[in-house]
Design a protein around this ligand. Structure first.
Ligand SMILES: *Cc1c(COP(=O)(O)O)cnc(C)c1O
Length: 406
């Protein structure tokens, strides 16, 4: 067992971290043109200890003490009573749709302005999506549009099986308003909180109050397990059912007995170990991302036609990504020109999510609302938001300033 020398692995990990993080710290000479990534993984430092504990225990499968410890940490962090750790955020959403009883022909409603994984598993199950617009104050599901649409759906006698608000770019949706509207017609709410672990809504953790919430520990999220996700709920039956489905829906029997079919969605102990070390540092990661956002706000202030993603008074966002809006007429340059200028300075940036109703995969499905999603896509740009020195961030700000012709 002594065959593995944790010191040399630690050194290797630290060197790798330097490469992954572009941190320029320690012995690495900072290179001015080193690539700045949108949201690179950040090693917390405790990963090696939990990994080595896992490896020396022999429990490396998706079972045993490490996934259980990670699930407890996820439950505690998210404020939900129960958590199932799974292979990805998309898997968590898929399990949520199963436990909510989504069937072929059912409607599932979400905001159009999101990543495709929000709705993909439901569509693959034969559900029909309905896309709604977002509110200007938060860029998340507009409760007024939702109410209008639910009232009309109730009149038609065709309510959705689930409503899925998205906590976009680290910002909570207006959950109480959404819960109140959905509660009136008895429609369950599933929060896609994949981008918003650590965010608060009226002082409580994001998603808390919904029937279910899904989180992601993908490599680009605020903390990562190197891949993974979690489904959380206050209803023990929903999480027990999700766990059952995540583990091939095996009934208790000496042979394998199946009343339905499930998935191989368990989270490996090796990944849970990384996730456990990372999740203990969440508050520091939130503070760091908010600081990055604040430096952009200060460094970009005064540029005509440039604004940053708003933060409504009811929320405390993680600023998972710092997102700006450019009005090309006032700023004098289009977001795409700015993106290319950043790219030539070796800085990664990305447009705001292309709304799902504009995606060829959903041709013919419209978005209900005022069209804000389209405008945010046309004008939005996500900037590097991970661990960065003030000097590195200054590079981004300088390019943006140089692009302004307003
Ligand atoms: C990342 C993400 C997911 C999917 O999570 P994975 O762990 O990558 O499967 C789902 N929804 C949103 C909004 C996301 O940003």
């Amino acid at each position: 067992m002594a065959a593995f020398d944790s010191r040399s692995i630690g050194d290797a990990l630290a060197r790798r971290a330097g490469i992954l993080l572009f941190s320029g710290r320690g012995q690495d000479t900072p290179q001015p043109r080193q690539r700045l990534h949108l949201s690179p993984p950040h090693l917390a430092g405790g990963e090696l200890a939990t990994l080595s504990q896992t490896l020396s225990s022999g429990w490396i499968a998706p079972a045993g003490p490490m996934p259980a410890a990670f699930e407890r940490a996820v439950a505690e962090t998210t404020g939900f009573a129960h958590a199932a750790a799974v292979a990805s955020g998309t898997a968590a959403l898929h399990l949520a749709y199963r436990v909510l009883g989504v069937e072929r022909g059912d409607e599932v409603w979400t905001q159009s302005l999101t990543f495709v994984a929000t709705i993909a598993p439901a569509v693959q199950m034969g559900a029909r999506p309905r896309f709604l617009d977002v509110a200007a104050e938060s860029w998340t599901l507009d409760p007024n549009v939702l109410e209008t649409q639910l009232r009309a759906a109730a009149r038609r006698g065709r309510l959705p099986r689930a409503v899925v608000p998205v906590d976009l770019y680290g910002q909570s949706c207006d959950l109480d308003a959404i819960l109140a509207v959905c509660g009136r017609w008895g429609v369950p709410v599933l929060c896609d909180s994949a981008e918003a672990l650590g965010a608060l809504y009226r002082g409580r953790p994001v998603g808390k109050g919904a029937a279910l919430a899904a989180f992601s520990f993908n490599g680009n999220k605020i903390i990562t397990a190197g891949g993974g996700g979690a489904l959380v709920s206050d209803d023990p039956a929903l999480i027990a059912r999700a766990r059952h489905l995540a583990n091939q829906a095996k009934e208790v029997a000496p042979h394998y007995q199946h009343e339905t079919t499930g998935y191989s969605y368990g989270l490996s102990s090796v990944l849970a170990a990384v996730g456990l070390a990372q999740i203990t540092t969440l508050q520091a990661r939130v503070a760091a991302r908010r600081e990055v956002f604040a430096r952009y706000a200060a460094g970009l202030s005064g540029l005509p036609g440039l604004s940053l993603m708003p933060e409504p008074e009811w929320g405390h966002a993680t600023r998972w990504l710092s997102v700006i809006q450019l009005d090309p007429r006032r700023f004098g340059t289009t977001p795409e020109t700015v993106r290319r200028a950043l790219e030539s300075a070796n800085i990664e940036s990305r447009p705001v999510w292309k709304p799902l109703h504009m995606q060829p995969a959903f041709r013919g499905i419209r978005c209900h609302g005022d069209g804000l999603s389209n405008q945010l896509f046309e004008r939005g740009l996500c900037l590097p938001s991970g661990a960065m020195s003030a000097e590195e961030q200054e590079r981004v700000i300088a390019v943006l300033r140089s692009c302004c012709r307003g």
